[in-house]
Write a protein that binds this ligand. Structure first.
Ligand code: GTP
Ligand code: MG
Length: 354
């Protein structure tokens, strides 16, 4: 089953109940949860939805693409592709967060195919988009949900503020709208605000949220959530987690404990471990992947906040370096702003091509 079908599949059984299994008492203000934007397009009209999405991606990546577009425009106003031009292009790609290895690879390819020829900015952009597409294609994979798992358990990890809870909310809404039975587990028991934030998304998406009091054992909550979700035959269970990297040993211990306790209910779980990365941190995302990969078996990435960051190129260097599947990207705070990751669309938007 692919992620984010536009088609709808209705469940045979009734709608799951909305609400929390155990009420939590907020001790601080909940995190702001953006209000849904008025519907700008009809989801049933797949074509217009698709156009709207590409528009959002393009406007989202404006900062990234203008950096590249202006840089390339300045470099190549009909000029011979010589060593100096190649070196300048390589530097430009590095500053656009494509990473040293990717920048070297792209310039090497250009040197091989076009060295000594007159080249214009558009030609460079087109070649760049093709090369980036080639790098991104192997990682552009939807998150596959195994219908045999009841539920398919998705553990969501990442540092504070990377967009875990928001991404879960968006994924929940998408899958619920596609007809799946989805439950959310508020595994970030550290802050009351985090639980409240997930509950808002639960209400918005019509998915039950399983939560406990602040400070409760996250592994125990995950165990109960999977037991409950399994009992009602859910298709999907998302487990939110706290991302306190300040204390890596504690975080690792907590994540391992969550994994061990859900395995007691279903030894094949978790079926996916999504690492949510904030694209605005640029190359820092690399060390986050390394850290989390050492803690849990990360199966895929979601890159958030690609709207309005000049660091969208980091996705290319992540693909090159780690080869982890990129399932989706976030280009805004609303449910409709999480979209499947498409290599060519992204590559062309990144270099500012239509
Ligand atoms: N512009 C934009 N904002 C986003 C995106 N994804 C998440 N956010 C915002 O980023 C902020 C942090 O998101 P959260 O979902 O709370 O992050 P988190 O990883 O759960 O954070 P902790 O619970 O503190 O660990 C919120 O204000 C979100 O609305 C995105 O794709 N674009
Ligand atoms: Mg959170």
């Amino acid at each position: 089953m692919r992620l984010f079908g536009f088609g709808k599949r209705k469940t045979a059984e009734g709608e799951p109940e909305v609400g929390a299994a155990v009420e939590s008492v907020p001790t601080s203000e909940p995190d702001p949860v953006p209000e849904p934007a008025p519907e700008a397009e009809s989801v049933s009209d797949a074509e217009s939805a698709e156009r709207g999405w590409i528009g959002r991606l393009k406007s989202g990546l404006t900062k990234s693409s203008s950096k590249l577009t202006q840089g390339i425009g300045g470099l190549f106003t009909r000029r011979k592709l010589d060593d100096e031009a190649l070196e300048e292009l390589e530097d430009l790609l590095i500053t656009a967060d494509l990473g040293v290895a990717t920048a070297a690879q792209v310039t090497k390819y250009l040197a091989k195919t076009r060295f000594g020829q007159d080249v214009g900015a558009d030609e460079i952009k087109a070649t760049l988009a093709e090369e980036i597409t080639r790098i991104l294609e192997p990682v552009a994979k939807p998150m596959v949900i195994d219908p045999a798992r009841k539920p398919h358990v998705v553990l969501v990890v990442g540092v504070n503020g990377s967009g875990k809870t928001t991404t879960i909310g968006k994924l929940a809404k998408n899958h619920k709208d596609a007809g799946l039975r989805v439950t959310l587990a508020a595994g970030d028991t550290f802050r009351a605000a985090a639980v409240e934030q997930l509950k808002v998304w639960g209400e918005r998406s019509g998915c039950p949220v399983i939560a406990r009091d602040t400070g409760a054992d996250a592994a125990g909550l995950a165990y109960d959530a999977l037991t409950e979700s399994r009992g009602r035959g859910d298709d999907l269970l998302f487990i939110d987690t706290a991302g306190r990297l300040q204390n890596r040993t504690d975080l690792m211990a907590e994540l391992s404990k969550i994994v061990r306790s859900i395995k007691k209910v279903d030894e094949t779980a978790p079926h996916a471990v999504l690492l949510v990365l904030d694209a605005t941190v640029g190359q820092n995302a690399h060390s986050q992947v390394e850290i989390f990969r050492d803690m849990v078996a990360v199966t895929g990435l979601v890159l958030t906040k690609l709207d309005g960051t000049a660091r969208g190129g980091v996705l290319v260097s992540l693909a090159e370096k780690f080869g982890l599947p990129v399932h989706a990207i976030g280009v805004g705070e609303q449910a409709g702003d999480l979209r499947p990751f498409e290599a060519e669309t992204f590559a062309r938007s990144l270099v500012g091509l239509e």
